[in-house]
Design a binder for this molecule. Sequence first.
Ligand SMILES: Cc1nnc(-c2cnn(C)c2N)n1CCCn1ccnc1
Length: 115
Amino acid sequence: CAKKVKLAKDDTNDLATCRVLLAELEGHQDAWPFLSPVNHKAVPGYRKVIKKPMDFSTIREKLANNRYLNLETFIIDVNLVFDNCEKFNEDNSEIGRAGHNMRRFFDKRWTELLR
Ligand SMILES: Cc1nnc(-c2cnn(C)c2N)n1CCCn1ccnc1
């Protein structure tokens, strides 16, 4: 029978792609709620409700310290930012809308860059 060969994905440019995507997220006009960690001391309930906080500055730190195995683990953290936002904020709120806008922008950009 024919030998099954797994097609390896070319991950050579993944790190550069993550840097481009992160810079575009940080530069988006609706990025303001996500630029730094939520101050859980100032936001009642946040620490209890959101088990895995994440924000763009933490992602930048992890990227700089080579903490992402591959593009997939980077995308998981970006989506965690938006999932946390949806969990803690009404859709029809300033921060809730910013989260939806940012997720839509991210989904569009990484599919453009990778397809
Ligand atoms: C992200 C994120 N998700 N929820 C919040 C938040 C912070 N305070 N309150 C009442 C929320 N629902 N955030 C952080 C938003 C950070 N921020 C707020 C104003 N400027 C930045």
